[in-house]
Design a protein around this ligand. Structure first.
Ligand code: ZN
Length: 278
C-alpha cells in the first residue's frame, strides 16, 4: 500500500513516436515532442505535485488535446498496450487501498486538467476501480491536500498507519488513523489523512476486516489452546511482522493485527465471540 516501484521511463520517447509517427503531417511535431519530454522532466523533478503552469506552458491547446485523445491507445488493444501491461504487472494490489484488484490506470494528475501527462508512465498509477472512482476529479489546490504519489512520494520509511479498536457487545469496531511520527511534516501528515478520507478507506475496510480475520481463525484457535492469551498475542505479533515484510509498514492488516495484539480482551479468548466461532 501507498508506494509502488517507479516504472521504467526508457520508452517515453518511443511511446510518443508510436502515437505520433514522424512524417505523417498530423499529430504532434518533433519540436512538440521535445517540449513534452521537457514537461515530463519537470513533473519528475517536482514529484508530480500539480503546477498550474503545466496547463498552458510550451504546448498549444491542439497538441494537448491530441495527447489527451492518445490515452485511448493505452488500452488492452491499443498501440500502447505494452505500456499498460508493464505498469499493471508491477502492482499486486491497489496502492491506494491495499486490497483492491488492479483494474484501471489512475491519472495521478487528472488527465482532463493536465492533458500533457495523459500518456506519461509516471502519471499512470495502477489502481482498483473503486479507488479510481472515489478519487476527486479536480486536483486539489491546497498543498496539504495533495494526493500521495505512489511512485514519487516515498513514505516507506515511516510507520504512520494506526488502528484503534473497540470491542462492545462482542462486536469489533476499527478506525484507522494517521499518527504523526518523528520525521513527518505537518503537511505530509495532513496529506495522508486526506488520502484516508478521499478514498473512503475506513468505510471500505469494514468488509475486508471480516474476511481477513476469518482467514486467521485457525491460527487464533490453535495458539489460544496452546498458549492462552500470551500465545494469541505472540501469534498476532508474528503475523504483523510477516505482513510488514510482505506489504510494507503502513498496510492496514498490519495496523489491525498490532491493535488486536494490544487488546487483552481479544487475546484472552474474546476473539471467539467477536468473530463468531467456537
Ligand atoms: Zn484501491
Amino acid at each position: 500500500m501507498w508506494n509502488l516501484k517507479k516504472p521504467s521511463l526508457a520508452s517515453i520517447r518511443s511511446d510518443l513516436d508510436i502515437l505520433f509517427p514522424e512524417g505523417t503531417g498530423d499529430g504532434i511535431s518533433e519540436g512538440d515532442k521535445l517540449k513534452v519530454l521537457e514537461l515530463y522532466d519537470e513533473y519528475e523533478e517536482g514529484l508530480g505535485e500539480p503546477d498550474p503552469g503545466w496547463k498552458t506552458r510550451l504546448l498549444s491547446n491542439e497538441s494537448r488535446d491530441l495527447l489527451l485523445a492518445a490515452y485511448g491507445e493505452v488500452s488492452d488493444k491499443g498501440e500502447l498496450s505494452l505500456l499498460r501491461a508493464a505498469l499493471k504487472r508491477e502492482a499486486k494490489k491497489c496502492p491506494y487501498c491495499g486490497f483492491g484488484e488492479i483494474r484501471d490506470l489512475d491519472h495521478h494528475l487528472p488527465k482532463q486538467h493536465y492533458k500533457c501527462f495523459s500518456v506519461f508512465a509516471l502519471n499512470l498509477v495502477p489502481s482498483c476501480s473503486k479507488c479510481n472512482g472515489h478519487k476527486p476529479r479536480t486536483p486539489p489546490t491546497a498543498r496539504d491536500k495533495y494526493h500521495i504519489h505512489a511512485y514519487l512520494d516515498d513514505v516507506s520509511g515511516l510507520n504512520f498507519l494506526v488502528a484503534d479498536i473497540e470491542i462492545s457487545d462482542n462486536a469489533l469496531s476499527v478506525i484507522f488513523r494517521i499518527e504523526k511520527r518523528r520525521g513527518m511534516s505537518d503537511e505530509l501528515t495532513r496529506r495522508l489523512k486526506q488520502h484516508l478520507k478521499d478514498f473512503r478507506l475506513n468505510e471500505r475496510y469494514v468488509a475486508q476486516i471480516t474476511n481477513y480475520l476469518e482467514s486467521q481463525e485457525t491460527g487464533l484457535d490453535d495458539n489460544f489452546k496452546l498458549g492462552g492469551a500470551a500465545g494469541v498475542r505472540a501469534y498476532l505479533l508474528r503475523t504483523a511482522e510477516s505482513n510488514r515484510r510482505t506489504n510494507g509498514p503502513n498496510d492496514w492488516r498490519g495496523a489491525l493485527v498490532v491493535a488486536l495484539a494490544e487488546s487483552e480482551e481479544f487475546c484472552d479468548g474474546g476473539f471467539y465471540d467477536v468473530l463468531g466461532f467456537t
